[in-house]
Design a protein around this ligand. Structure first.
Ligand code: CU
Length: 306
């Protein structure tokens, strides 16, 4: 009996130490900025959407973890409290078709899903709110396997600029300096940007991880997104949709720079409008190309009228 009490006390002490050190770890790690933003890349100020997206991410995790902890605790408690004892005989009491319980198991998850859906919808509506008067429109074409960027920018004085860059596929050969060969998307700090996202061939996805936003670029369709970069710096861009053999090399750089430097960069690019849908692989998926195709089909082939 005495030995048993000692063992019990030891177990309790071990549990207490484990619980205390666990709590201490949580409290200490809770101080770091990285944990506070749920290990997301970027900072709360990288774009005008980062704060609301970060809060949504962190709060969703807290809510999901709370639900998980309650469910796991209930499961463990049931396993222990209602375990089969040595003296038990036959089946335990059967509690199937317990209406109040069944109703609870249905109603609680439905309410949870509706609440999560409500918050998701609110954040999504806020982030996707179109900005009608963006001074800068950037047309992005995804293509196997690089990016084209076309800029139309109206400066505050009314001066209009148009320039573009057509990217060439990166050659990831394991050597240094590849990053400098990637196409670079330049963005001015604190200027709202309207992105028009298109594809020249297959489905790609335009993704700047630190901006916490990504969106598909699809053939025959234009997608939009609106963002205001708020911090200067260099960021990574990627394709986030498996799009063929060299999907992993479909990379680009993002440079957020002060407005005057952005104008300088635009002046160093190809001047004029980015070549449009006529450069797409399947011309049937755009109006100009479809017209050409129609003319082509009407031309007699092989021993016609000539
Ligand atoms: Cu791609």
């Amino acid at each position: 009996m005495r030995a048993q009490n000692d063992a019990g006390r030891r177990t309790r002490r071990t549990l207490k130490v484990a619980a205390l050190s666990g709590a201490a770890m949580l409290v200490l790690s809770g101080c770091s900025a990285e944990v506070q933003r749920g290990w997301l890349p970027g900072t709360r100020e990288t774009t005008n959407h980062n704060d609301v997206l970060t809060d949504f991410w962190v709060n969703s995790w807290i809510a999901a973890m709370s639900v998980g902890l309650i469910a796991w605790a209930a499961m463990l408690w049931c396993m222990v409290a209602y375990r089969r004892r040595r003296t038990d005989q036959g089946f335990p009491k059967q509690v199937g078709y317990n209406m109040p319980m069944e109703t609870m198991f249905t109603v609680i998850p439905v309410v949870l899903v509706l609440v999560f859906w409500g918050f998701t919808d609110r954040v999504q509506t806020e982030v996707d709110e179109p900005v009608d008067d963006s001074p800068l429109t950037v047309t992005v074409y995804g293509k196997q396997w690089s990016w084209d960027f076309g800029y139309e920018y109206e400066r505050e004085g009314g001066e209009k600029l148009e320039a573009y860059e057509q990217g060439i596929q990166a050659q990831l050969n394991g050597q240094d300096g590849v990053q400098d060969t990637l196409p670079t998307l330049y963005l001015p700090e604190d200027v709202p940007v309207h992105f028009e996202l298109k594809s020249r061939d297959v489905a790609h996805s335009f993704w700047i991880p630190q901006f916490l936003q990504k969106r598909d670029t699809l053939p025959g369709k234009t997608n939009h997104f609106y963002v205001t970069p708020q911090e200067t710096g260099s960021f990574d861009g990627k394709c986030a949709e498996l799009c063929g053999e060299f999907h992993s090399e479909m990379l680009f750089n993002v440079e957020v720079v002060p407005e005057d430097e952005f104008v300088e960069k635009m002046e160093q690019m190809e001047q004029g409008q980015l070549p449009g849908d006529e450069f797409n692989r399947n011309p049937n998926e755009n109006s100009d190309g479809a017209q050409e195709m129609e003319v082509d089909l009407q031309t007699p082939r092989g021993g016609g009228s000539h």
